[in-house]
Design a protein around this ligand. Structure first.
Ligand code: A3P
Length: 304
């Protein structure tokens, strides 16, 4: 959202790990909560496209796919603007003097694509009043937790994660930023029958990227030729996004994202959780998820 020069000026700054404050039972970064009234009053436009995920469920991946679809597979146009400045992240409020997307977004021409991580019940009501299309991506709880742990390590603005054992306890207890994974995926799952929401799974995208990309294009009302579809799939593989500076967050300020601790594009797989969870941790998370997803019809694949 900000011009390069502004970001360069920010390189002389540093950032502190945020504190979490509850809003309606959901822990969010304090600066977000301090601006909550403004976030809640966010004015959507009918042609806004919303992308929402629990953090680390594949946000960047779906953002890149959507941008490629919007540009009919033209990768140069797609990557004209680095991913972190392409779609405003509405509820991310950084301490001053960092610029806020909440201000910038008002000046953006339509149609806008917007990023959120909020659970359904905290989404600004204007999104539903304007009947905006929303793409939601969900990822199995265990891989999501592992990815979130490594993201906390490398993102100096996230709360201190502690070691894996400490982090996974907080994840299971929903004491992490954006709260309970199961409430998040379930809230959006139940909302999809009442609003224009395309609900995707990370595991399905890993299994068959062309099939899932077709679904997205259809939802957006965009016709794609087979040749364009092929280009999009090729451009958005993990390997290609990992080596693409405009998709891999390497252009974000290094005092915020420290890729030498853990790269943003880390592994991009299904099943990495097996290298992190103990049997006891895995069983306890299963037990919480089974209880909290019971009767929803939602099921996740833990491996492919
Ligand atoms: P890992 O940490 O498991 O590697 P988000 O964009 O929501 O922050 O999610 C980041 C996660 O999505 C990371 O997971 C990242 O590697 C993965 N990811 C990003 N692009 C991907 C792609 N093209 N294919 C598979 N996984 C991808």
């Amino acid at each position: 959202m900000q011009p390069d020069s502004d970001l360069k000026d920010l390189e002389s700054l540093s950032i502190q790990r945020c504190q979490l404050v509850d809003i309606q039972g959901v822990p969010l970064p304090k600066d977000t909560v301090d601006s909550w009234d403004e976030i809640w009053r966010f004015q959507a436009r009918p042609d806004d496209l919303v992308i929402c995920t629990y953090p680390k469920a594949g946000t960047t991946w779906i953002q890149e796919i959507v941008t490629m679809i919007q540009h009919q597979g033209d990768s140069e146009k797609c990557d004209e603007v680095p991913i972190e400045r392409r779609m405003p992240f509405i509820e991310l409020v950084l301490p001053k003097p960092f610029p806020s997307d909440l201000e910038e977004v008002k000046k953006m021409p339509s149609p806008r694509s917007l990023k959120f991580h909020l659970p359904f019940h905290l989404m600004p009501p204007s999104i539903w009043e304007q009947n905006c299309k929303v793409i939601y991506v969900a990822r199995n709880a265990k891989d999501n937790a592992v990815s979130y742990f490594h993201f906390h390590r490398m993102n100096m603005g996230m709360p201190e994660p502690g070691n894996w054992d400490q982090f996974v306890e907080n994840f299971i207890a929903a004491k992490v930023a954006w709260g309970s994974w199961s409430h998040h995926v379930r809230g959006w799952w139940e909302a999809k029958d009442r609003h224009p929401i395309l609900y995707l799974f990370y595991e399905d995208m890993k299994e068959d990227l062309a099939r899932e990309t077709r679904k997205v294009a259809k939802f957006l009302g965009v016709e794609l030729s087979e040749a364009v579809l092929k280009k999009i799939v090729q451009h958005t593989t993990f390997e290609n996004m990992k080596s693409n500076p405009n998709a891999n967050y390497s252009t974000a300020p290094s005092f915020v994202l420290n890729h030498s601790i853990s790269p943003f594009m880390r592994k991009g797989t299904v099943g990495d959780w097996k290298d992190h969870f103990t049997v006891a941790q895995s069983e306890r998370l299963d037990e919480v998820c089974d209880r909290e997803l019971e009767g929803s019809g939602l099921a996740f694949r833990m491996e492919l």
